[in-house]
Design a protein around this ligand. Structure first.
Ligand code: ACO
Length: 324
């Protein structure tokens, strides 16, 4: 039997922050944000942690099918905004839902995290696991400098995830290409952690917020990420017209258009929710997926050929061809 995504769910904080709301606390405006990014609003937590959002996703997944959490073999949470260095968010989710037989760990590949995590989950299924949860969850609001209009307008909080099971009778995960270029690691950093040991004589950095060279990431995503998407289509001998949907990391609506042009995949196949939730890092791909599963566009019957593409800090990127 082969891996299959069988359920999706999401959890968004209740508090909306519109572009007009932001313009009251920093020198920005709806017109700039909308035309440069496509974002109209985002959600931010007022009380919840990353763990709270991820536990909510896990509970919703369980409720959708009424399955026993003890049947889960693994829980992987993709996040760059965990609540602690340790325990992991995944361990906290495992404890909260009573998934006593599941291994649990977090994976940090920034906005590529969900694609990386899904790839690891598929390998676990391939080597004998029966089922598990893969969740992308972030509270980006705690990393954002709310004085910095260049980054604060971009990000939002949220979590979403999937149940993955060994129930397919044919391979649905066709192929993926995961990549990293650490020589460009300074293009996105957040936050630096101090070493307060009495033995440490080095310079301690005090940069608590996200810092991003937006232009560099935009160029990298249009060039390298689109190239990898095309490579994946080439090695799998997939014609662009055969692709039903592209679910790419929601960093910028203009970036999605640029990717459509570069790859030759029609723009209307790029599913998007960036207008409503902004850039939610590793939650963005599963949030889009859950939106389109919930509205019936993707019925999860294994017939929709979908290209999942993440990219972000590291720099990391990854594309995966999967039948949903
Ligand atoms: N409101 C109004 N003006 C602004 C704002 C704002 N929120 N932000 C910047 N500006 C101004 C700048 O100060 C600048 O003004 P100046 O010309 O007078 O100096 C002008 O707008 C242009 O700024 P740029 O930074 O050049 O704007 P650009 O067109 O490059 O858009 C953006 C910036 C939206 C960040 C874009 O580069 C982008 O989306 N990049 C990709 C980011 C990304 O993909 N991140 C994903 C990784 S995230 C992760 O891994 C967690």
């Amino acid at each position: 039997m082969y891996a299959k995504i069988t359920l999706t769910a999401q959890s968004l904080p209740a508090h909306y922050l519109s572009n007009d709301d932001l313009s009251k606390i920093m020198p920005t405006n709806d017109e700039w944000i909308t035309t440069r990014t496509g974002i109209k609003q985002r959600r931010v937590v007022t009380e919840q942690s990353t763990t709270d959002l991820c536990v909510d996703v896990a509970l919703k997944l369980i409720q959708k099918r009424s399955f026993d959490a003890e049947t889960l073999d693994f829980i992987i949470v993709a996040t760059m905004t965990p609540d602690f260095q340790t325990p992991s968010v995944a361990s906290c989710v495992q404890g909260a839902i009573g998934a006593t037989n599941a291994l649990a760990f977090d994976l940090n590949a920034a906005c590529s995290g969900f694609v990386y995590a899904l790839s690891m989950a598929e390998k676990l299924i391939r080597t004998g696991s029966k089922c598990g949860l893969v969740i992308g969850g972030e509270t980006m609001s705690k990393l954002v400098d709310w004085q910095d209009r260049r980054t604060a307008v971009l990000f939002g909080d949220g979590a979403a995830g999937v149940l993955i099971e060994n129930t397919a009778t044919e391979p649905l995960f066709i192929k993926e290409i995961l990549a990293s270029d650490g020589t460009k690691s300074t293009a996105l950093q957040a936050p630096s952690l101090a070493n307060n040991s009495p033995f440490f004589k080095g310079a301690n950095s005090t940069r608590p917020f996200i810092e991003m060279d937006g232009r560099a990431i935009f160029d990298f995503a249009t060039r390298n990420v689109s190239k990898t998407m095309l490579e994946l289509l080439e090695v799998t001998q997939t014609n662009v017209e055969a692709i039903d949907w592209v679910i790419a990391h929601q960093a910028n609506a203009r970036l999605l258009s640029a990717m459509a042009k570069k790859t030759g995949i029609r723009q209307e196949k790029f599913l998007s929710n960036i207008a409503n939730v902004g850039n939610t890092s590793s939650a963005s791909i599963p949030l889009v997926l859950d939106d389109y599963v919930s509205n019936g566009t993707i019925p999860l019957d294994g017939t929709h050929l979908t290209l999942l593409t993440g990219f972000g800090g590291g720099l990391t990127w990854g594309s995966m061809l999967v039948r949903l």
